[in-house]
Design a protein. Structure first.
Length: 572
C-alpha cells in the first residue's frame, strides 16, 4: 500500500478545502436568493433616483429639496443602473448580493497567512457568508451590504501595518465612500485615520503624521464636497431620518435591548469571544496587536452609537457593519492557539451558531419593543398589492395638483403612484415633520407623526390608508372617504378642493361623497345638534372645505355660521 507523500496530502487537503468553500458559497448564495426581498423604505431611494434620472433633481417631490434618503452613494448607483435600463428592484438586489459576496472575498483574502501554523482560517469570511442576518440583508433594496463592504475594507486597509501612503490613500477613499453611503460612516472614518497613526509606532512622528494624512486627505476632500453639496442643495447637513429618529438623543434602554436581541439570536458570538479570549490570556500581550485595538475600538464605537440612538425598528441591520471587525480579531486569536483543541471547539461553536440561530421572534410578524423581522412584513403578495394601489392612484389622480400623505409601510405605493407631492406620515420625506420636538420615546423612527395642524398647514388633500386590499368599502362611505377601484384602495379626504374633486366626478373607478351632499347632511345634523356639537361640525367643515373653497363659497359658509349661532339660543 502506498501512502501519499507530504506534498500530496497538502494537495488533497487544499482540494478538499476548495470544494468545501465552494459548497459553502453556493449554499449561502442559494439561501440569500431564497430570502430575497425588498424593504418598503428602499422605495424612497427609488423615487429619488427616478426623479434624478428625469432631470427633476435629487428630490422626493419636485421643487422641494429635502434629503429624505440616508444613502446618497447607493441612490446614485441605482440611478445609474436605471439609466442603463435596469429596474431599481432588480439592480438593488443584484448590487446588494454582489457587495455581500465582495465582503466575503475581502475577508477570505485577508485570512491568508503563509507563515502561520494555520495558513488559511477564514473564520470572519465564513461567519459573514453563513449567518442568517447577512444573507437576509444581502438584498432588501437598501445600502447595508455596500456600506459594510466599504467601511470594513477601508478599516482593514487603514489598520494594516504594512500599508504605505498609497494603500492608506485608498483606505481613505473607501472610507469616504462609506460616509457618502451612510452618514454614520464618519465613525469608521475617524477610526481609520486614527488607526493609520497607531499601527506605525516604529515610525518617526513626521512619518506617522504623513501616513495618517494620506488616509485623511481623501476623507477631507470628499467630506468638504459632501458638506458643500448638502448645505447648498438641501440647506441642511443631515437627512430627515437623523431628526425623525432623534439620533443624538440618548435612548440606551431601547438601544442596548436592540444589541442584546441580536446577540440572543446569534447566541454563539459571546461564548466564542470568551472562549478565544480566555484561551489567549497567557499570551495576550504577544497576540493582541495595535491593529486589533483599532478594529475593536471601531467596533465598540459603532455599537455604542447604535445603542445610544436606540437601535432601529429593523432587526440586526444597524449592527451588521460592525460585526466583521470583531470577527477578524477573533479569527486572529483562533489562529494563534498553540493546539487544536480550542480551534476545534471554536469552529464547532461557530458552526452550530450559524446553523441553529435562536428564534427570537415567536412568529414571523411579531414586534418586540418595536423591533421587527422586517422581511416578514413585506411578502411578495403585499408588495404586488402596493404596486397595484400605487398605479391605480397614479391613473386616477395623474395630472391633478394633488398633495397627498400616506401612512406607514406605503413607500412602494408612493414610488409607483408617481403623484407629484407625497408626504410620508412619520417625517421621512419632510424636514418640517422630522424636526418636530420629540414628545416621548417609543417606536424608533416612528415617534413623530403628522397631526391635524401639520396636515392643514401643508394643504394635504388626501391621506392614503395603509390597509391592503380588499379595503372593505363595498358599502356606504364616510363623508370624508374616497375609494378607488372598488376595494383596492381608500383614502381620507382631508381638504376637499373643488378643482380636484370635480375632475374625479363621473370617474367609474372612484367613489366619494360630493360636497353638496356633505353640506346638506351637515345642515341637517346642525339643525338637531346641541350648540357645542354644531360648532364642532362647523369647524370641521371650515377646515375640510371652506378654507380652500375661496370667495365663491363664502355665502354658504356664512349661512352655515348663522345656522350654528341659532343653535346657541335653542333650548335643545
Amino acid at each position: 500500500m502506498h501512502w501519499p507523500s507530504g506534498s500530496s496530502r497538502r494537495r488533497i487537503l487544499l482540494a478538499g478545502a476548495v470544494s468545501l468553500g465552494a459548497a459553502a458559497v453556493l449554499f449561502a448564495l442559494w439561501r440569500a436568493l431564497a430570502l430575497a426581498w425588498l424593504s418598503d423604505d428602499a422605495f424612497i431611494s427609488f423615487r429619488y433616483a427616478a426623479h434624478l434620472l428625469r432631470g427633476d433633481g435629487l428630490v422626493y417631490n419636485v421643487g422641494e429639496r429635502v434629503e429624505g434618503y440616508t444613502n446618497l452613494l447607493w441612490t446614485l448607483l441605482l440611478a445609474g443602473a436605471m439609466a442603463l435600463g435596469f429596474s431599481p428592484e432588480t439592480s438593488s438586489q443584484t448590487l446588494g448580493i454582489t457587495c455581500w459576496l465582495g465582503l466575503v472575498t475581502v475577508l477570505a483574502w485577508g485570512s491568508r497567512r503563509p507563515a502561520a501554523r494555520m495558513p488559511f482560517a477564514p473564520l470572519a469570511a465564513a461567519l459573514v457568508l453563513l449567518m442568517h442576518d447577512y444573507q437576509t440583508w444581502a438584498t432588501g433594496g437598501l445600502e447595508t451590504s455596500l456600506f459594510t463592504l466599504l467601511a470594513v475594507t477601508g478599516l482593514l486597509l487603514a489598520s494594516r501595518p504594512a500599508s504605505g501612503a498609497g494603500a492608506l490613500a485608498a483606505a481613505g477613499a473607501l472610507l469616504a465612500a462609506a460616509v457618502a453611503t451612510r452618514p454614520d460612516g464618519v465613525l469608521f472614518a475617524a477610526a481609520g485615520v486614527a488607526g493609520a497613526w497607531l499601527v506605525h509606532p516604529e515610525a518617526s512622528p513626521r512619518r506617522r503624521l504623513a501616513l495618517a494624512g494620506a488616509a485623511a486627505a481623501p476623507l477631507a476632500v470628499a467630506g468638504a464636497a459632501l458638506v458643500a453639496f448638502k448645505l447648498g442643495y438641501y440647506g441642511d447637513l443631515f437627512p430627515t431620518a437623523f431628526y425623525s429618529k432623534s439620533a443624538l438623543d440618548p435612548y440606551y434602554g431601547q438601544g442596548w435591548f436592540y444589541v442584546l436581541l441580536f446577540l440572543e439570536k446569534n447566541w454563539f458570538i459571546v461564548p466564542l469571544a470568551v472562549l478565544l479570549l480566555l484561551a489567549s490570556l497567557p499570551r495576550l500581550d504577544g497576540i493582541l496587536t495595535r491593529r486589533h485595538v483599532v478594529l475593536l475600538a471601531a467596533f465598540a464605537l459603532f455599537v455604542a452609537y447604535v445603542a445610544h440612538s436606540g437601535g432601529d425598528f429593523m432587526f440586526a441591520r444597524r449592527l451588521l457593519p460592525a460585526m466583521p471587525l470583531l470577527f477578524v480579531v477573533l479569527e486572529d486569536l483562533l489562529v494563534a492557539q498553540p493546539d487544536r483543541l480550542v480551534p476545534g471547539a471554536a469552529v464547532a461553536l461557530a458552526l452550530a451558531g450559524v446553523l441553529l440561530p435562536y428564534p427570537v421572534f415567536a412568529h414571523s410578524r411579531e414586534r418586540i419593543r418595536g423591533i421587527a423581522d422586517e422581511p416578514a412584513f413585506y411578502p411578495p403578495a403585499l408588495m404586488d398589492a402596493r404596486r397595484l394601489q400605487g398605479r391605480m392612484a397614479g391613473q386616477t389622480l395623474g395630472g391633478l395638483p394633488i398633495r397627498a400623505a400616506y401612512e406607514g409601510g406605503m413607500c412602494v405605493f408612493g414610488y409607483y403612484s408617481g403623484l407629484p407631492y407625497l408626504a410620508e406620515m412619520t417625517g421621512l420625506t419632510q424636514y418640517s415633520l422630522a424636526k418636530r420636538p420629540l414628545a416621548a420615546r417609543g417606536h424608533v423612527g416612528h415617534e413623530k407623526t403628522a397631526d391635524d395642524a401639520w396636515l392643514t398647514a401643508n394643504r394635504i388633500h388626501l391621506i392614503f390608508s395603509q390597509v391592503p386590499p380588499p379595503v372593505g368599502q363595498a358599502g356606504p362611505l364616510r363623508v370624508d372617504e374616497i375609494a378607488f377601484a372598488g376595494e383596492l384602495l381608500k383614502a381620507r379626504i382631508w381638504i376637499y378642493e373643488d378643482a380636484i374633486m370635480d375632475r374625479l366626478r363621473g370617474d367609474p373607478r372612484v367613489r366619494f361623497t360630493p360636497i353638496e351632499d356633505t353640506l346638506r347632511e351637515a345642515q341637517r345634523q346642525i339643525a338637531q345638534a346641541p350648540y357645542a356639537e354644531a360648532r364642532r361640525i362647523q369647524a370641521v367643515l371650515q377646515r375640510y372645505y371652506f378654507n380652500a373653497a375661496g370667495p365663491s363659497k363664502q355665502t354658504a359658509a356664512e349661512e352655515l355660521a348663522r345656522q350654528v349661532e341659532a343653535r346657541r339660543q335653542s333650548p335643545g
